[in-house]
Design a protein around this ligand. Structure first.
Ligand code: GTP
Ligand code: MG
Length: 195
């Protein structure tokens, strides 16, 4: 996709702050620090529209981005960050669940996992949930630049096996720093959005 326009619509905490339904949304889910905001920035060719940080837990809100007035990226807060209170973690989980279970405009949830690690319990739960809803279940394995091509292929096999990904086309290794497989991710998204 040629991105001509990309802008933040709103940083939401509560449901009433979500933008109106009616435009397709693609949400990015994954543990804190996995690279969700970086993926958005890479796809839309912007350095820091979606705020990134070396500090995990940066995105603590649901951020809606308007792309070309055609669809929205929805940057979800990362889960599994240990260094916050249990209450805080529950608040995030509740925020994510509310959005995912109620949003009619949601077309797909892309699950991001770090290519260097086996998926964790939260990743497995999220993936199973995504499939159970009837979405394709696209997995982007991030930070691929940190591994050799051989290691990447090995880890893709491990992650596919552990999550139970049946279609190899639905998992993509990705690097925001090297822009690796940016086009591949766009092709998958274009197909889902049917544009
Ligand atoms: P939260 O908002 O905390 O949930 O994190 P996030 O998933 O949005 O991660 P973010 O995009 O902020 O990236 C976290 C850190 O990982 C930052 O320091 C990024 O620069 C780094 N990072 C993200 N993607 C890549 C990548 O492909 N390669 C490398 N080497 N670093 C990356
Ligand atoms: Mg983020």
């Amino acid at each position: 996709m040629l991105v001509k326009k990309a802008e933040i619509i709103i940083t939401a905490v509560k449901e009433h702050q979500y933008p109106p339904e009616g435009i397709s949304e693609i949400a990015l889910a994954g543990r804190s620090n996995v690279g969700k905001s970086s993926l958005i920035n890479t796809l839309i060719n912007r350095k820091n529209l979606a705020r990134t940080s070396g500090q995990p837990g940066k995105t603590q809100t649901i951020n809606f981005y308007n792309i070309n007035d055609t669809f929205r990226f929805v940057d979800l807060p990362g889960y599994g960050y240990a260094k916050v209170s249990r209450k805080e973690r529950e608040k995030w989980a509740d925020m994510i669940n509310r959005y995912l279970t109620k949003r009619q405009s949601l077309r797909e949830v892309v699950l991001l996992v770090d290519i260097r690690h086996s998926p964790g319990e939260h990743d497995k739960m999220m993936y199973d949930w995504i499939k159970s809803i009837g979405f394709s279940g696209i997995v982007v394995a991030t930070k691929a630049d940190k591994l050799s091509k051989n290691q990447q292929a090995r880890q893709i096999a491990v992650i596919s096996r552990e999550l139970g990904i049946e279609d190899r086309k639905l998992i993509v290794s990705f690097s925001a720093t090297k822009k690796q497989n940016k086009d591949k991710v766009w092709n998958i998204l274009d197909e889902i959005l049917d544009i």
